[in-house]
Design a protein around this ligand. Structure first.
Ligand code: 13P
Length: 247
């Protein structure tokens, strides 16, 4: 059954007290069988969230692909496994652009996370100049081909995709439902061409980019939009709970 997911990407925000307060309120939300909440937290809160966890999945926003070693300041997948973290975010545009993550590095991180049986939310999406040239489909296909489509038919089942047009992230400029649904349909079609109908039909494809409690119902009502990856609007429990209720 295809899952409907609201995933919070807290980025580099919140205090521990605020994080725990939001998390505890999320744990009270009633979910249907096919619904799921994921919180991608800063590393420093992961352990505390895991102590409070009942059903909300706990995810990390990043990790270093080496298992251990002399990488001062970095966190490995073994650290995440030790905390029993369930999910990781890979390929976010902020990591690609602000931290120069290459396709090669993203592919390696996908492989490490797959090997370690973590769930992965893989982010893709085009910058504004690509959208203006109407090259967004080929751009996103290239990202999936470079980062993801080397996986086999079993491995790909660990992946959910988040389509996040870069021009909509943190700008208040949400993609229209038509733009978002068209892109999600395209992404599902690409997955179908590579992996077949069943796998593409089961895959959750989330929308991210200025998604909030005002626009989430309309976006989530689209056939190929299975929830959202929420940044700014995930920092307030009340707004996030409203977004979840529109799943
Ligand atoms: P905003 O919801 O703040 O636009 O951020 C989206 C995002 O980057 C989630 O990963």
């Amino acid at each position: 059954m295809r899952k409907n997911i609201v995933a919070a990407n807290w980025k580099m925000n919140l205090t521990k007290k605020e994080a725990l307060s939001i998390f505890e309120q999320l744990e009270e939300v009633q979910l249907k069988d096919n619904q799921e909440i994921i919180v991608f937290s800063p590393y420093v809160f992961l352990d505390a969230l895991k102590q409070k966890q009942k059903k909300v999945k706990v995810g990390a926003q990043n990790f270093h692909p080496a298992p251990h070693g002399a990488y001062t300041g970095k966190v490995s997948i073994n650290h995440l496994l030790d905390l029993e973290v369930e999910c990781v975010l890979i390929g976010h545009s902020e990591r690609r652009m602000l931290f120069n993550e290459s396709d090669e590095l993203i592919k390696t991180k996908i492989d490490v996370a797959v090997e370690n049986k973590l769930e992965i939310v893989f982010c893709c999406g085009e910058p504004i100049d690509i959208r203006n040239k109407s090259s967004h489909c080929s751009y996103v296909l290239q990202q999936m081909e470079a980062n993801l489509f080397h996986l086999d038919h079993e491995q790909i089942k660990q992946i959910s995709i988040a389509y996040e047009p870069v021009w909509a992230i943190g700008t208040g400029k949400t993609a229209t439902t038509e733009q978002a649904e068209n892109m999600h349909r395209f992404i599902r079609m690409c997955v179908e061409q590579r992996y077949g109908f069943e796998i593409s039909n089961e895959m959750s494809i989330l929308y991210g980019g200025s998604c909030n409690a005002t626009n989430s119902s309309e976006l989530f009502a689209c056939e190929n939009i299975d929830g959202g990856l929420i940044g700014g609007a995930s920092l307030k429990a009340e707004e996030l709970c409203k977004i979840i209720s529109s799943l």
